[in-house]
Design a protein around this ligand. Structure first.
Ligand code: NAD
Length: 250
């Protein structure tokens, strides 16, 4: 059977953990040459070693524009172009209205919105026409869960980018789609509470609200990312693909 991303060059931000890591593994297995980023060199080295095959790790913070320039310089030197970008890096921290601080607001928007925007914009000179850009949003883009206001606003912005950039990139036939996971079992929950007990409670709470009765797995998101990255979705652009066990659909 032919592989779905044979010879394609894919960049995945936040590829050393959770959804990004599973997607990097899937893309490499489907024949892609993958470049992943992450903030910590050690975590990145572990991911690169674990995945093996045609993968490169570049340390960097997506909210730091100089780091993004460094990333794309490595991609240019190593591969010369990009076919697929999964702008996945993001943070999820919670604060109810009344307790939102400037630090919380700035951190969430710096990484999830500003960082994602410049991740995409700075990739464009290297992008091949007819490539695929996937933005990791969230069901939070359309939901109003308690204490999620700033996170949800960042993801609504990401979903909006998929619309506008589909239009902006029309002449180049680059497809742009938002991928919106429901609750997925990843380390992102660790940042939502102080103790492991509270984290487990949050996860259980989420699972009980999902029609399929559980959290999703990272591999279930990686498969959806593969669909959006590959020619299987050649007539799909500007959408928000929900992969959420039905949570935001009923
Ligand atoms: P995770 O914590 O396992 O992974 C987050 C990744 O982003 C890590 O690799 C981390 O290093 C990277 N990252 C964070 N800030 C960064 C920065 N400033 N610069 C570079 N990299 C940075 O969590 P995850 O659940 O895999 O999250 C990945 C994406 O999925 C996020 O955008 C998140 O909002 C989104 N998402 C997750 C869920 C979920 O339930 N897990 C649901 C919806 C959306």
């Amino acid at each position: 059977m032919s592989r779905k991303l044979e010879g394609k060059v894919a960049v995945i931000t936040g590829g050393n953990s959770g959804i990004g890591l599973a997607t990097a593994r899937q893309f490499v297995a489907e024949g892609a040459k993958v470049v992943i980023t992450g903030r910590r060199q050690t975590g990145l080295d572990v991911a690169v070693k674990e995945i093996g095959g045609n993968i490169t790790g570049v340390q960097g913070d997506v909210s730091n524009l100089a780091d993004l320039d460094r990333l794309y310089n490595v991609v240019k030197q190593k591969h010369g172009h990009i076919d697929v970008l999964f702008a996945n890096a993001g943070v999820g921290e919670l604060a109810p209205l009344g307790q939102i601080t400037e630090v919380h607001f700035d951190k969430m928007f710096d990484i999830n919105v500003r960082g994602l925007l410049f991740t995409v914009q700075k990739s464009l000179p290297l992008f091949r026409d007819a490539g695929s850009i996937i933005l990791n949003a969230s069901i939070a883009s359309i939901r109003g869960n308690a204490a999620f206001s700033v996170y949800s606003a960042t993801k609504a912005a990401v979903r909006s980018f998929a619309r506008t950039w589909t239009t902006d990139l029309k002449a180049r036939k680059i497809r742009v789609n938002a991928l919106s996971p429901g609750p997925i079992d990843t380390p992102i929950f660790d940042g939502m509470a102080a103790s492991q007990e509270e984290v487990d409670q949050i996860k259980l709470g989420f699972a009980s609200t999902v029609p399929l009765g559980r959290l999703g797995s990272v591999d279930e998101i990686a498969k959806a990312a593969l669909f959006l990255a590959s020619d299987d979705s050649s007539f799909v652009t500007g959408i928000e693909l929900f992969v959420d066990g039905g949570k935001a659909q009923v």
